[in-house]
Design a protein around this ligand. Structure first.
Ligand code: FES
Ligand code: FES
Length: 177
């Protein structure tokens, strides 16, 4: 289904160029390949999780050109030329403030939803739309946690929001440029 750009092109595949975590990646993909499958299966970026594969759980959340999306709902070819940030690209040497806050507040149990929760929270903070716990809950409602760690997740996001000036993500700013 997927092939490196360096190999001979498989019939029916389409060239796609993405900048993923700051690195340009040129690939050929079948037209039905989702961004999620491209990230996980071709680029081995398995931090982005596949939960429902139908846009219902948020486990696959990544940031594309500064906006959070469910990568299971986006075809890779639709994102040709885009800048993509995954959980692997969030930190640069030290933990991103949202990652650190999740650890500090014990905002996970099994951890399966956690990359999507963190990517969604990073984008939410950048959006500047959440100012209260209720607004955090509302704007994170697309990210489901089967373990029910919601209270601690809201604690973590609220903690970073209170210190927003020092928590802005350089990776997301870069993605939006
Ligand atoms: S795997 Fe994409 S929303 Fe569930
Ligand atoms: S920590 Fe298990 S699903 Fe959220």
């Amino acid at each position: 289904m997927l092939s490196d750009s360096g190999s001979s092109a498989s019939p029916g595949t389409i060239p796609v160029t993405l900048t993923v975590n700051g690195q340009e990646r040129r690939l050929r993909v079948a037209p039905w390949t989702t961004l999620l499958d491209l990230l996980r299966e071709e680029l081995d970026l398995t931090g982005t999780k596949k939960g429902c594969d139908h846009g219902q759980c948020g486990a696959c959340t990544v940031i594309v050109d500064g906006k959070r999306i469910n990568s299971c709902l986006a075809l890779a070819v639709q994102k040709d030329g885009a800048r993509v940030t995954t959980i692997e690209g969030l930190s640069s040497g030290s933990l991103h403030p949202v990652q650190a806050a999740f650890l500090e507040h014990d905002a996970f149990q099994c951890g399966y939803c956690t990359p999507g929760q963190i990517m969604s929270a990073v984008a939410l903070i950048e959006e500047g739309r959440a100012r209260s716990r209720d607004e955090i809950r509302e704007h994170m409602s697309g990210n489901i946690c089967r373990c029910g760690a919601y209270a601690n997740i809201v604690d973590a996001v609220e903690d970073v929001l209170k210190g927003k000036s020092s928590s802005r993500s350089s990776s997301v700013r870069e993605a939006a440029e």
